[in-house]
Design a protein around this ligand. Structure first.
Ligand code: NCD
Length: 326
């Protein structure tokens, strides 16, 4: 009998999910599941990243993503360096690249980057040797958020194949929506984007999704609903007449939930604006998995850090072997 070929992870960077295969995404989910037993132990530590330096390089505010990466790196025994734009020499005019190169000169192995400019993680990956992990770049991608989203659904439903998943709200400014679309469609779900026309990006159907401008029209069909925050900090002109008007048409209310499937999964990447995109009773209700998403974020990020480091070490070994043969 032929031995089943084992999947080998080869990426030393995680820049986005757009170019990842279904097999690669599933490999991350399986790796994360393997890490779950560490998180449930009394001593939540494994030595996988012992002696490695992980830098949290955040140029934008963050509560969940930043702390989740820090906890994930700590659980794998890495040394974690926290960088914030405030209190750094960026305020004196130092560039992003100089900042990253200086951190690398201090021995960074993995750089986790969040930046308001799309493409920053890719730019960094081309210019430094450390592994680069995208923690959110502009409107482009937020791969670990989408991975924890699909992981949460996968753990509950067993598979995403054939599920109807709505992503509702400010699609236009959401990097979460983009990464979610790539991950969910690759795993076989039907994705329905729901937003007012002013918050729907043009030609988005090209990504293989369905588009709707009415939440009421699709509410009964949904297996999963992912509510997004209105990214007020990124908006220019007002995209809708009033916040009340928006909530009325696109908010996840107790009333709307009465029309949903009994086992609908309610998600939100956070931070929540209670009473705007989602009513508190729904956010804290029995269908909500919002805090489960946060918990799962740790194992997903452990998996990502573990895999990129493994790929970097394999490359290093191959390089050394080649050099010794030369
Ligand atoms: C999101 C982000 O920053 O892109 N939050 C997160 O990482 N959990 C979404 C948001 O800010 O609304």
């Amino acid at each position: 009998m032929l031995k089943k070929k084992q999947f080998v992870w080869k990426r030393k960077n995680l820049l986005g999910l757009r170019n990842l295969s279904r097999e690669e995404i599933e490999h991350i989910l399986n790796t994360a599941e393997g890490f779950e037993q560490i998180t449930s132990r009394a001593i939540k530590k494994a030595p996988a990243l012992q002696g490695k330096v992980v830098v949290n390089l955040f140029f934008e505010d963050s509560t969940r993503t930043r702390n989740s990466f820090a906890i994930a790196a700590n659980r794998l025994s890495a040394d974690v360096v926290e960088f914030t734009q405030k209190n750094s020499s960026v305020s004196k005019g130092e560039t992003l690249l100089d900042t990253a190169k200086n951190l690398e000169a201090m021995g960074s192995d993995i750089v986790i980057i969040r930046h308001n400019a799309g493409g920053t993680p890719k730019f960094l990956s081309k210019n430094i040797n450390s592994c680069v992990v995208n923690a959110g770049d502009g409107f482009c991608e937020h791969p670990t958020q989408a991975l924890l989203d699909v992981y949460t659904i996968w753990k509950i439903k067993g598979s995403l194949d054939g599920l109807k998943i709505a992503i509702v709200g400010d699609i236009a400014h959401s990097r979460v929506a983009r990464s979610d679309i790539y991950a969910m469609t690759k795993l076989g779900a039907e994705v329905i984007l729901i937003a007012p026309p002013t918050l729907m990006p043009p030609a988005v159907e090209k990504l293989g999704v369905r588009v709707s401008y009415s939440l009421d029209e699709v509410m009964e069909e949904l297996d999963v609903i992912n509510m997004l925050r209105i990214q007020f900090e990124r908006l220019g002109a007002n995209p809708f007449p009033s916040v009340k008007e928006y909530s009325h048409s696109f908010g996840l209310t107790v009333d709307r939930m009465k029309r949903a499937k009994k086992d609908i999964i309610v998600m939100h990447p956070g931070p929540i604006n209670r009473g705007l995109e989602i009513e508190s009773e729904v956010a804290d209700g029995p269908n909500s998995v919002i805090l489960q998403q946060v918990t799962n974020g740790i194992t997903i990020r452990m998996a990502v850090l573990f895999l990129v480091n493994q790929a970097a070490m394999t490359r290093e070994k191959i390089k050394i072997k080649k050099e010794s043969l030369a």
